[in-house]
Design a protein around this ligand. Sequence first.
Ligand code: PEP
Ligand code: MG
Length: 326
Amino acid sequence: IRKIYESKVALPSETVDGSKVKIMANIEEAGEIPSVLESRAEGVGLFRTEGIVLRERQALASEDLQFDQYQRVVEQLAPLPVVIRTLDIGGDKELPGNLFGREQNPFMGFRAIRYCLKNPEIFKEQLKAVLRAATYGKARLMYPMISGVRELLEANQLLEECKLELKERGEAYSEDIEVGSMIEIPSAAYTADVIAENCSFLSIGTNDLIQYMLAVDRVNDSIAHLYDPSHPGVLRTIKAVIDMAHEKNTPVAVCGEMASDPVYVPLLVGMGADELSMSPSLIPEVKFMIRHISMGSARDLTEEILSLKRPRQIFRRLREFYRGVM
Ligand code: PEP
Ligand code: MG
Protein backbone atom coordinates (compact mmCIF):
# COMPACT_ATOMS: atom_id res chain seq x y z
CA ILE A 1 0.00 0.00 0.00
CA ARG A 2 2.86 2.33 0.86
CA LYS A 3 4.12 1.85 -2.69
CA ILE A 4 0.83 3.16 -4.08
CA TYR A 5 1.06 6.28 -1.93
CA GLU A 6 4.69 6.82 -2.87
CA SER A 7 4.06 6.41 -6.58
CA LYS A 8 1.67 9.39 -6.42
CA VAL A 9 3.85 11.66 -4.34
CA ALA A 10 4.81 13.91 -7.26
CA LEU A 11 1.16 14.88 -7.89
CA PRO A 12 -0.05 18.22 -6.51
CA SER A 13 -1.49 18.38 -3.01
CA GLU A 14 -5.08 19.36 -3.70
CA THR A 15 -8.53 18.01 -3.06
CA VAL A 16 -10.62 16.50 -5.88
CA ASP A 17 -12.38 19.86 -6.21
CA GLY A 18 -9.12 21.76 -6.54
CA SER A 19 -8.47 23.25 -3.08
CA LYS A 20 -4.77 23.37 -2.35
CA VAL A 21 -3.41 22.29 1.02
CA LYS A 22 0.33 22.77 1.35
CA ILE A 23 2.27 19.82 2.68
CA MET A 24 5.50 20.76 4.41
CA ALA A 25 8.26 18.80 6.12
CA ASN A 26 9.40 18.76 9.75
CA ILE A 27 13.18 18.41 10.05
CA GLU A 28 15.91 18.68 12.66
CA GLU A 29 19.12 18.77 10.65
CA ALA A 30 20.66 19.52 7.28
CA GLY A 31 21.14 15.77 6.70
CA GLU A 32 17.41 15.51 6.04
CA ILE A 33 17.49 17.69 2.91
CA PRO A 34 17.40 14.68 0.51
CA SER A 35 14.34 13.21 2.19
CA VAL A 36 12.58 16.59 2.03
CA LEU A 37 13.23 16.78 -1.72
CA GLU A 38 12.22 13.16 -2.25
CA SER A 39 8.98 13.66 -0.32
CA ARG A 40 8.05 16.56 -2.67
CA ALA A 41 7.23 18.70 0.34
CA GLU A 42 6.54 22.31 -0.60
CA GLY A 43 9.08 23.47 1.94
CA VAL A 44 9.99 22.99 5.56
CA GLY A 45 7.19 23.96 7.93
CA LEU A 46 9.13 23.21 11.09
CA PHE A 47 12.90 23.15 11.42
CA ARG A 48 13.49 22.15 15.04
CA THR A 49 16.84 23.64 16.03
CA GLU A 50 17.42 22.11 19.46
CA GLY A 51 19.74 19.45 18.00
CA ILE A 52 21.83 22.11 16.32
CA VAL A 53 22.02 24.58 19.19
CA LEU A 54 22.58 21.94 21.86
CA ARG A 55 25.02 19.86 19.87
CA GLU A 56 27.69 19.97 22.50
CA ARG A 57 26.90 18.94 26.05
CA GLN A 58 28.06 22.00 27.92
CA ALA A 59 27.94 24.95 25.55
CA LEU A 60 25.41 26.17 23.02
CA ALA A 61 26.44 26.38 19.35
CA SER A 62 27.83 29.76 18.30
CA GLU A 63 26.24 32.05 15.72
CA ASP A 64 28.68 30.87 13.05
CA LEU A 65 28.13 27.18 13.76
CA GLN A 66 24.38 27.68 13.56
CA PHE A 67 24.63 29.82 10.45
CA ASP A 68 26.48 27.02 8.71
CA GLN A 69 23.59 24.60 9.24
CA TYR A 70 20.74 27.01 8.50
CA GLN A 71 22.47 28.34 5.41
CA ARG A 72 22.88 24.81 3.99
CA VAL A 73 19.22 23.99 4.44
CA VAL A 74 17.92 27.33 3.17
CA GLU A 75 20.22 27.39 0.12
CA GLN A 76 19.73 23.76 -0.90
CA LEU A 77 15.96 23.94 -0.61
CA ALA A 78 15.60 27.37 -2.28
CA PRO A 79 13.22 28.58 -3.59
CA LEU A 80 11.17 26.50 -1.17
CA PRO A 81 10.45 28.23 2.16
CA VAL A 82 12.08 26.99 5.36
CA VAL A 83 10.50 27.86 8.71
CA ILE A 84 13.26 27.91 11.29
CA ARG A 85 11.92 27.60 14.81
CA THR A 86 13.95 29.24 17.53
CA LEU A 87 15.28 27.26 20.44
CA ASP A 88 12.61 25.19 22.23
CA ILE A 89 14.86 24.24 25.10
CA GLY A 90 13.39 22.71 28.26
CA GLY A 91 10.22 20.62 28.59
CA ASP A 92 10.98 17.21 27.11
CA LYS A 93 14.08 18.48 25.32
CA GLU A 94 17.02 17.49 27.35
CA LEU A 95 18.98 20.29 28.94
CA PRO A 96 22.74 20.09 28.49
CA GLY A 97 24.71 19.24 31.61
CA ASN A 98 23.47 21.11 34.58
CA LEU A 99 23.28 24.36 32.67
CA PHE A 100 19.81 25.27 33.80
CA GLY A 101 19.16 23.24 36.94
CA ARG A 102 16.22 20.92 37.50
CA GLU A 103 12.61 21.96 37.63
CA GLN A 104 9.61 20.30 39.21
CA ASN A 105 7.35 20.99 36.22
CA PRO A 106 9.59 21.36 33.20
CA PHE A 107 6.67 21.60 30.74
CA MET A 108 5.27 24.52 32.72
CA GLY A 109 8.68 25.91 33.39
CA PHE A 110 11.61 27.73 31.95
CA ARG A 111 11.13 26.66 28.38
CA ALA A 112 11.52 27.90 24.80
CA ILE A 113 10.74 31.60 24.28
CA ARG A 114 10.70 32.15 28.04
CA TYR A 115 14.26 30.96 28.29
CA CYS A 116 15.30 32.92 25.20
CA LEU A 117 13.82 36.23 26.35
CA LYS A 118 15.64 35.87 29.67
CA ASN A 119 18.89 34.98 27.91
CA PRO A 120 19.01 37.48 25.06
CA GLU A 121 22.71 36.93 24.37
CA ILE A 122 22.00 33.27 23.53
CA PHE A 123 18.78 34.07 21.67
CA LYS A 124 20.40 36.80 19.59
CA GLU A 125 23.14 34.48 18.35
CA GLN A 126 20.44 32.29 16.87
CA LEU A 127 18.44 35.20 15.46
CA LYS A 128 21.55 36.57 13.75
CA ALA A 129 22.43 33.17 12.31
CA VAL A 130 18.91 32.91 10.84
CA LEU A 131 18.92 36.49 9.52
CA ARG A 132 22.19 35.79 7.70
CA ALA A 133 21.06 32.40 6.36
CA ALA A 134 17.90 34.01 5.02
CA THR A 135 19.86 35.79 2.29
CA TYR A 136 20.51 32.38 0.65
CA GLY A 137 16.88 31.53 -0.04
CA LYS A 138 13.51 31.81 1.64
CA ALA A 139 13.81 31.48 5.40
CA ARG A 140 11.12 32.32 7.89
CA LEU A 141 11.43 32.63 11.61
CA MET A 142 9.06 31.06 14.14
CA TYR A 143 8.87 31.41 17.92
CA PRO A 144 7.76 28.44 20.07
CA MET A 145 5.67 28.50 23.26
CA ILE A 146 4.24 31.96 22.78
CA SER A 147 1.59 32.50 25.49
CA GLY A 148 0.49 35.95 24.38
CA VAL A 149 1.32 38.82 22.07
CA ARG A 150 3.71 40.49 24.51
CA GLU A 151 6.30 37.73 24.09
CA LEU A 152 6.04 37.97 20.33
CA LEU A 153 6.65 41.73 20.40
CA GLU A 154 9.55 41.34 22.83
CA ALA A 155 11.17 38.74 20.61
CA ASN A 156 10.69 40.97 17.58
CA GLN A 157 12.36 43.80 19.43
CA LEU A 158 15.45 41.63 19.88
CA LEU A 159 15.21 40.69 16.21
CA GLU A 160 15.39 44.38 15.27
CA GLU A 161 18.43 44.80 17.52
CA CYS A 162 20.07 41.89 15.72
CA LYS A 163 19.47 43.51 12.33
CA LEU A 164 21.14 46.70 13.53
CA GLU A 165 24.10 44.81 14.93
CA LEU A 166 24.56 42.86 11.71
CA LYS A 167 24.37 46.07 9.74
CA GLU A 168 27.10 47.57 11.92
CA ARG A 169 29.22 44.47 11.34
CA GLY A 170 28.73 44.91 7.60
CA GLU A 171 27.17 41.45 7.35
CA ALA A 172 24.57 40.50 4.73
CA TYR A 173 21.18 39.70 6.28
CA SER A 174 17.50 39.67 5.40
CA GLU A 175 15.78 42.90 6.38
CA ASP A 176 12.24 41.67 5.82
CA ILE A 177 12.23 38.10 7.11
CA GLU A 178 8.72 36.82 7.84
CA VAL A 179 8.01 35.98 11.46
CA GLY A 180 5.43 33.49 12.71
CA SER A 181 4.19 32.34 16.04
CA MET A 182 3.47 28.85 17.24
CA ILE A 183 0.10 28.38 18.86
CA GLU A 184 0.48 25.66 21.45
CA ILE A 185 -0.67 27.26 24.70
CA PRO A 186 -4.41 27.79 25.35
CA SER A 187 -3.97 31.50 26.19
CA ALA A 188 -2.31 32.01 22.80
CA ALA A 189 -5.02 29.99 21.09
CA TYR A 190 -7.77 32.23 22.44
CA THR A 191 -5.86 35.40 21.56
CA ALA A 192 -4.85 34.08 18.15
CA ASP A 193 -6.48 37.11 16.50
CA VAL A 194 -4.20 39.51 18.38
CA ILE A 195 -1.14 37.40 17.70
CA ALA A 196 -2.10 36.99 14.04
CA GLU A 197 -2.30 40.78 13.64
CA ASN A 198 1.31 41.01 14.70
CA CYS A 199 2.94 38.31 12.60
CA SER A 200 2.91 36.74 9.13
CA PHE A 201 1.69 33.24 9.94
CA LEU A 202 0.60 30.95 12.74
CA SER A 203 1.49 27.31 13.23
CA ILE A 204 -0.51 25.14 15.62
CA GLY A 205 1.68 22.79 17.65
CA THR A 206 -0.88 20.16 18.52
CA ASN A 207 1.57 18.07 20.57
CA ASP A 208 1.81 20.78 23.18
CA LEU A 209 -1.62 22.27 22.65
CA ILE A 210 -3.27 18.95 23.53
CA GLN A 211 -1.01 18.54 26.56
CA TYR A 212 -1.88 21.99 27.88
CA MET A 213 -5.58 21.90 26.99
CA LEU A 214 -6.09 18.59 28.77
CA ALA A 215 -3.44 19.03 31.47
CA VAL A 216 -1.91 15.73 30.39
CA ASP A 217 1.89 15.54 30.44
CA ARG A 218 2.77 14.39 26.94
CA VAL A 219 5.62 12.13 28.11
CA ASN A 220 3.96 10.52 31.14
CA ASP A 221 3.02 6.94 30.17
CA SER A 222 0.64 6.43 33.07
CA ILE A 223 -1.77 9.07 31.70
CA ALA A 224 -1.12 8.47 28.00
CA HIS A 225 -4.72 7.17 27.62
CA LEU A 226 -5.95 10.67 28.54
CA TYR A 227 -3.93 12.34 25.81
CA ASP A 228 -6.72 12.60 23.27
CA PRO A 229 -6.73 14.69 20.07
CA SER A 230 -10.43 13.79 19.67
CA HIS A 231 -11.46 15.71 22.78
CA PRO A 232 -14.06 18.28 21.67
CA GLY A 233 -12.22 20.90 23.72
CA VAL A 234 -9.13 20.37 21.60
CA LEU A 235 -11.01 20.34 18.31
CA ARG A 236 -13.06 23.45 19.06
CA THR A 237 -9.86 25.24 20.01
CA ILE A 238 -8.10 24.34 16.77
CA LYS A 239 -11.12 25.52 14.79
CA ALA A 240 -11.25 28.78 16.77
CA VAL A 241 -7.55 29.47 16.09
CA ILE A 242 -7.96 28.92 12.36
CA ASP A 243 -11.05 31.15 12.22
CA MET A 244 -9.46 33.96 14.25
CA ALA A 245 -6.32 33.92 12.10
CA HIS A 246 -8.27 33.89 8.85
CA GLU A 247 -10.28 36.90 10.00
CA LYS A 248 -6.94 38.71 10.08
CA ASN A 249 -5.94 37.21 6.71
CA THR A 250 -3.15 35.29 8.37
CA PRO A 251 -2.44 31.75 7.15
CA VAL A 252 -2.40 28.86 9.60
CA ALA A 253 -0.30 25.73 9.53
CA VAL A 254 -0.57 22.67 11.74
CA CYS A 255 2.80 21.12 12.60
CA GLY A 256 2.12 18.70 15.47
CA GLU A 257 1.62 14.95 15.06
CA MET A 258 -2.07 15.41 14.33
CA ALA A 259 -1.18 16.94 10.96
CA SER A 260 0.39 13.66 9.85
CA ASP A 261 -2.36 11.37 11.09
CA PRO A 262 -4.54 10.56 8.06
CA VAL A 263 -7.51 10.02 10.37
CA TYR A 264 -7.39 13.69 11.39
CA VAL A 265 -6.27 15.16 8.06
CA PRO A 266 -9.77 15.49 6.52
CA LEU A 267 -10.91 17.31 9.65
CA LEU A 268 -7.98 19.75 9.64
CA VAL A 269 -8.54 20.37 5.93
CA GLY A 270 -12.25 20.92 6.52
CA MET A 271 -11.45 23.35 9.32
CA GLY A 272 -9.45 25.40 6.84
CA ALA A 273 -5.82 24.65 7.74
CA ASP A 274 -3.65 26.15 4.98
CA GLU A 275 -0.63 23.94 5.56
CA LEU A 276 0.16 20.62 7.20
CA SER A 277 3.73 19.97 8.26
CA MET A 278 5.08 16.54 9.15
CA SER A 279 7.96 14.11 9.04
CA PRO A 280 8.88 13.57 5.34
CA SER A 281 8.22 9.82 5.53
CA LEU A 282 4.55 10.44 6.35
CA ILE A 283 3.89 12.81 3.46
CA PRO A 284 2.88 10.26 0.78
CA GLU A 285 -0.05 8.89 2.76
CA VAL A 286 -1.31 12.32 3.82
CA LYS A 287 -1.10 13.59 0.25
CA PHE A 288 -3.01 10.54 -0.96
CA MET A 289 -5.76 11.33 1.55
CA ILE A 290 -5.99 14.97 0.49
CA ARG A 291 -6.16 14.01 -3.19
CA HIS A 292 -9.08 11.67 -2.54
CA ILE A 293 -11.42 13.95 -0.62
CA SER A 294 -13.37 17.02 -1.67
CA MET A 295 -13.33 20.26 0.28
CA GLY A 296 -17.11 19.99 0.44
CA SER A 297 -17.01 16.59 2.13
CA ALA A 298 -14.23 17.73 4.49
CA ARG A 299 -16.33 20.74 5.53
CA ASP A 300 -19.41 18.59 6.04
CA LEU A 301 -17.35 16.21 8.14
CA THR A 302 -16.03 19.12 10.21
CA GLU A 303 -19.50 20.44 10.86
CA GLU A 304 -20.68 17.02 11.93
CA ILE A 305 -17.65 16.37 14.14
CA LEU A 306 -17.97 19.71 15.91
CA SER A 307 -21.56 18.86 16.79
CA LEU A 308 -20.57 15.59 18.47
CA LYS A 309 -20.03 15.63 22.20
CA ARG A 310 -17.97 12.58 23.06
CA PRO A 311 -14.35 11.90 22.10
CA ARG A 312 -15.03 8.25 21.30
CA GLN A 313 -17.94 9.11 19.06
CA ILE A 314 -15.75 11.63 17.30
CA PHE A 315 -12.89 9.24 16.79
CA ARG A 316 -15.21 6.53 15.50
CA ARG A 317 -16.71 8.89 12.94
CA LEU A 318 -13.29 10.10 11.80
CA ARG A 319 -12.07 6.55 11.41
CA GLU A 320 -15.14 5.62 9.46
CA PHE A 321 -14.55 8.55 7.10
CA TYR A 322 -10.91 7.55 6.76
CA ARG A 323 -11.85 3.96 5.87
CA GLY A 324 -14.28 5.22 3.27
CA VAL A 325 -11.42 6.96 1.47
CA MET A 326 -8.26 4.87 1.95
C1 PEP B 1 4.10 20.71 18.94
O1 PEP B 1 4.13 21.02 20.13
O2 PEP B 1 3.11 20.24 18.37
C2 PEP B 1 5.30 20.88 18.10
C3 PEP B 1 5.26 20.73 16.80
O3 PEP B 1 6.47 21.17 18.73
P1 PEP B 1 7.32 20.12 19.57
O4 PEP B 1 6.74 18.76 19.31
O5 PEP B 1 8.72 20.28 19.08
O6 PEP B 1 7.13 20.60 20.96
MG1 MG C 1 5.71 22.23 20.92
